[in-house]
Design a protein around this ligand. Structure first.
Ligand code: AKG
Ligand code: FE2
Length: 203
């Protein structure tokens, strides 16, 4: 089964040059110094293997009360750092020329982390795409369809790759099966960072 581009899924391999990746990584590291990565628990009480933080007006959080967007970091209580301009520029070019993203989720995967099949549906308006940027080790990304039981395709996301979940694919199930440790030298100590730009609140 191959993933139709008419679904609204778009992969732009190597969209960010090595220099742009390094510059973005520096901005992410500066943001994480202010809003540290946290391993959060699902509403069901399971600790996620991915460590997370956010940039923007809203950040994604999860705890016993559920999944939601919050204006402040769950541990520090501070507002989230601003979304780096490299990312808002990409959004303007590839996602929406007028309405800016108000959330950028930061996921850090170590060699053992993964993310189960899910839909991104905590946002107010699915007309806006999710724009994803990958840095560091390659990930084995799985994407299916609107139904959890739909057939899935495996796509590798490498450092500098950008992908869009737009149109019908905006609500396709997706997840990360595994990381390929040692596949990139961008992040000191290894691992993968995924950044997803979103419009969480109504525009
Ligand atoms: O890490 C990725 O490439 C996907 C992340 C994701 O699906 C999410 O944050 O909702
Ligand atoms: Fe997702």
């Amino acid at each position: 089964m191959s993933l139709s581009t008419t679904s609204g899924f778009r992969l732009l391999p190597g969209r960010l040059s090595p220099a742009a990746q390094a510059a973005l990584l520096e901005e992410v590291a500066a943001g994480l110094a202010d809003a540290p990565l946290v391993r959060q628990a699902t509403p069901g009480g399971k600790l996620m293997s991915v460590a997370m933080s956010s940039f923007g007006d809203l950040g994604w959080t999860t705890d016993a009360k559920g999944y939601r967007y919050e204006p402040r970091h769950p541990i520090t209580g501070r507002f989230w750092p601003q979304i780096p301009t490299i990312l808002t520029d990409l959004w303007r070019e590839l996602a929406d020329p007028e309405v800016p993203p108000d959330a950028c989720l930061i996921n850090f995967y170590d060699a053992d982390a993964k993310m189960g099949l899910h839909q991104d549906k905590d946002e107010a308006d699915f007309r806006f795409p999710v724009l994803s940027v990958s840095l560091g080790d390659t990930a084995v990304f799985r994407i299916g369809g609107l139904k959890r039981s739909d057939p899935t395709t495996s796509v590798r996301l490498s450092s500098g790759d950008v992908c869009l979940l737009a149109g019908e694919a905006r609500l396709y199930h997706h997840g990360i099966d595994r990381i390929l440790p040692g596949s990139s030298r961008l992040i000191p100590g290894g691992g993968r960072i995924n950044l997803t730009l979103r419009r969480a609140a109504a525009a």
